[in-house]
Design a protein. Sequence first.
Length: 696
Amino acid sequence: MTSSDPSTFTRQRKDHGFYRISVVSPKVTVADPRANAEATIASVHAIARESNSDLMVFPELGLSAYTCGDLFATQTLLQASRDALLHVAEQTRDYSGVLVVGLPFRVNTSVMNVAAVVCGGRVRGLVPKTFLPNYREFYEARHFKAASPAEPVEVRLGNDDVPFGTDLIFRHGTAKLAVEICEDLWVPVPPSSHSALAGANVIANLSASNELIGKAQWRRDLVVSQSGRLLAAYAYASAGGGESTSDLVFGGHCLIAENGALLGESRRIGDGVEDSLPTETHLTRDVDLQRLDHDRRVTGSFDDFQASLPRAYRTIELANVVTKASTANSDGPEKRNPQQKSDVDGLLRYVDAHPFVPSEASKREERCAEILAIQTAGLVKRLQQLPADLPLSIGVSGGLDSTLALLVAASAVDQLKRDRQVIDAIIMPGFGTTAHTNDSALQLVRGLGVSYESIDIRPLALRTFLDIGHSPLGLQIDKQTEVDELQTRLQKVASDAKDLKFENVQARLRTMVLMSRGFVLGTGDLSEQALGWSTYNGDHMSMYNVNTSVPKTLVRYLVQFAADHVYRDSLHETLHRIADTPISPELLPPTEDGEIRQSTEASIGPYELHDFFLYHFVRGGCGQAKLCFLAKQATFHSPHSDDVIEQTAETFIRRFFQNQFKRNCVPDGPKVGSVSLSPRGDWRMPADASSAAFRD
């Protein structure tokens, strides 16, 4: 779902920190720089029209080809490569982005393998290769000189003195680009490690990596792990099948990674796809520079290593580069480049609508098994600190959260080799309890073999209403009012009624009953903590909460996993019945035909949206505008209109800030994922903080 105005979407994309990168492996003609320049120019124009990229990265020595051998020493090839570079710069002068292309380049009396950074019709810098492979099939030291401190800081190219060296960082808007070349990535301490410490958040790698059995995975792992280690985007472009194949085959493998995640990879020779590989491969993705910046701030270790940098870095500004040629050809500042179009098709990256729930079934099952094991281990440790005969009290409603907590409790006492009868499951029907959920609760506790009892809290609630002088849902009551009579009257008036005292009294009475029995196991989940969807000192409180860092969208899958893999023979149908029940606190009376009246998602918005917002707010530091922008790029189980997305985001931000006071005093519970709101560890926020800046 995107804006109908392309320029509006482009502006939003950039305002929210998304930087568009293309990695390209064009058709290469060995030892023909002019032909390679034309192929590069054609790729630039085509990709600019198709994707409006901010950065394009081409392969190592792409203007000459990598496999020229001893021709690298010839003046003819060297001069033709320089001319080709200037031709590429001139013919792409109206492209507003940045190009990085490779060529052999003479420096003093030596030849160096360099990457040229081109912007606005000019070569803005040249970065030489630091580490030259000279083993097995590689013999680059025969042809090239490696980068060293003795190299000049500038070289002459055409009419310009161009910055030269491995100490260059190119600033393009919010992108800070550093360049390394092929083997530089494969060494123990890649140059990009120092560049990132100096501030680079985008690393371009120009490569000519040949294909061997298993090498593609190794290459992929290196790119992904380096992006994660540096908290950066990593763009890798490798030479393709047009290279000479005397003994080697080059696959055109192009990859883009961001902070340890592979955003995409191109086709390559040997990838197992039966149809023929195109002569050119390329890949375009959007990287989130704001997210990377946030992650570096959270990690906080980058500045600690500043003293270890081998030298100071120079920053080359690429913004607002205008050449005489492009000015002469311009019809004014508002003219759009005819070679570029706006990105009308949305973000070029996968935005996971369910970031807590793996989409692939096998990974989802693996995740569920691991979470249940972590929850169980946490509870086992806590129970070991308590007398073995102390009852483990838990309120069971027949809903998702209490079911998951009870399953974990059963697993924990099993591991401790204790009788499940030590679990004191208490079913506490109130004015909102339906026969459906009450039956589910009974089936569950009987199937698990735990001790249980049912305590009707309605008489206690009625007595409390009388004691505090409250008229539940506006109905007048007195000492002669019977519980069943009140239940009937409440069901008739509940459709439009709102009564927070009526709901809170029931929630707090349930907690009072539980607290009077033994060690209370909490059931509230991470999503409810984020939204404050709990009654303070009601379901908000316990002695230990195994669900404290499990989001609502994942709770359902955990219950289904237990049904299919743990209790397949005994509670399969019951657990699936519970998983399929609408989410409700069941505090308002059911409809007159006994159906659940109170839908949580109808009150506060879809949980899949709230969990999406929770993930990106905590992990990415996103404000409301970016949360909505991201949500409109994702594909949810049920499509959500822009209005629903925006209203739910507003609700999320408002409730998240308003309810920090509840999170400041939640009980202990095991952290199971990367998002946690524990006030003792992951999330420390003042209860009186304003949300205004995050809503604007």
